[in-house]
Design a protein around this ligand. Sequence first.
Ligand code: C5P
Length: 232
Amino acid sequence: MGKDVIIACDFSSGRETIEFLERFGEGRPYVKIGMELFYAEGPDIVRQLKQRGHKVFLDLKLHDIPNTVGRAMKVLSGLDVDMCNVHAAGTKRMMQAALEGLTRPDGSRPLLTAVTQLTSTSQEQLNEELLVSRPMEEVVASYASLAKEAGLDGVVCSPLESPAVHEKLGEGFLTVTPGVRLAGDAAGDQQRITTPARAKALGSDYIVVGRSITAAEDPAAAYERCRQEFIG
Ligand code: C5P
């Protein structure tokens, strides 16, 4: 599975997104579309970016009853996205329903990953607010196992958790890791962050980088720096 840098296009409009991507010239980076952009523009923004030649990770983090998630995934599989995801907290049955919904009649489907714990969640929040009393690493590893048992391709987790996930579930089980910052950039609301170089050393398969690229004075240069550090 090819290592890649995915840019989190957390913009509020398609126009802003396209203007941003035009700063990459002929480059066609792998992009992530999240809730803000998808809810603002609908499926058209996915079609538009695919048509321009971008790979698209549709990050909608579905979490509902299995039937609803399965039916929603069936709709998303028609959009030709390259990757989409669910919350592992929705249970193994929900993840299985997601996979079934996503699989086209010819057997093909986008990659499906599961969010274990959001990288913005601290150990204290996990214990005190969510009433999950186990250590973060244990929770992430356990949710990741459920995702693998359900047949998913990998998990979305912190780069810091990649080694444990790979050790437990094998190198072929993908880790897609947000919570990445170029050295010197502000952490913002993220709690468990690393640099792209550190994410590489930790074995991440894909890094998802938002503000370190989107808020940079020269986004194309920041993207290149991420690629250099992560892919070499
Ligand atoms: O700007 P920043 O690099 O923090 O953006 C990270 C992106 O990854 C955001 O779009 C966020 O929604 C997403 N994400 C995350 N943690 C997860 C799953 C997705 O930060 N566990």
